[in-house]
Ligand binder design. Structure first.
Ligand SMILES: [Zn+2]
Length: 202
């Protein structure tokens, strides 16, 4: 896993999560910025889109991880103040774009906003997630654009998804760029605090 090219942002609420996420999430700065700029573009309605990138397995440990490389706003998503859904047209448009521009990438999940709500998955969000993103390694990112909070919803090793328990991620800085993360409910994790240095030293 590319820990040494990334900075770990742990969601403050993570400490209370009883379950271990089944995968580790890495996200490029480009994808982070795109998703956040989109999230800020409408502060009254839920908006969202797709996360594309790659799904991999660490050759040493066998642990799975995804790299969110791009955030693709869903231009045709039906939306309202408290729900979002993806229309068939928007799904088709997304697959067209993926085929054309990112043929070697996979759909690693989706993101959407919860203006003036907390970071969680509603029962409808869960329905969408399980219908359109059924792979155990696919994730849902929820962003609250007013308070600048967010979280990744990740299935645990048994494939169970807790709609209240979310996680932070690893920001891919290439080991050289300054962090662009501004989410206020996440804390930068010094390398080694969670055994990452031990892993590096092996
Ligand atoms: Zn939602």
């Amino acid at each position: 896993m590319p820990f040494k090219y990334a900075e770990h942002w742990r969601a403050d609420a993570e400490l209370e999560n009883p379950n271990q996420p089944g995968i580790t999430v890495f996200m490029t700065q480009k994808a982070y910025i795109r998703a956040n700029v989109h999230a800020q573009s409408d502060l009254n309605n839920e908006i969202g889109g797709w996360l594309i990138g790659s799904w991999r397995e660490d050759q040493t440990t066998g642990e799975e991880f995804i790299i969110v490389e791009r955030a693709l706003p869903a231009l045709y998503a039906k939306r309202g103040s408290a729900y979002i859904t993806f229309t068939q047209d928007s799904q088709l448009a997304m697959f067209d774009i993926m085929e054309e521009k990112f043929p070697d990438k996979v759909l690693v999940g989706w993101y959407h906003t919860h203006p003036k709500m907390s970071v969680f998955l509603s029962s409808f969000d869960l329905f969408l997630h399980n219908s359109f993103f059924p792979h155990p390694w696919q994730v849902a990112l929820v962003i609250e654009p007013h308070g600048h909070t967010a979280g990744f919803f990740i299935r645990d090793v048994d494939g169970i998804l807790d709609n209240r328990a979310y996680y932070g991620f690893h920001e891919l800085t290439g080991g050289k760029y300054l962090s662009v993360v501004r989410w206020k409910n996440m804390t930068y994790q010094e390398p080694g605090e969670q055994g990452e240095m031990d892993y590096e030293n092996e």
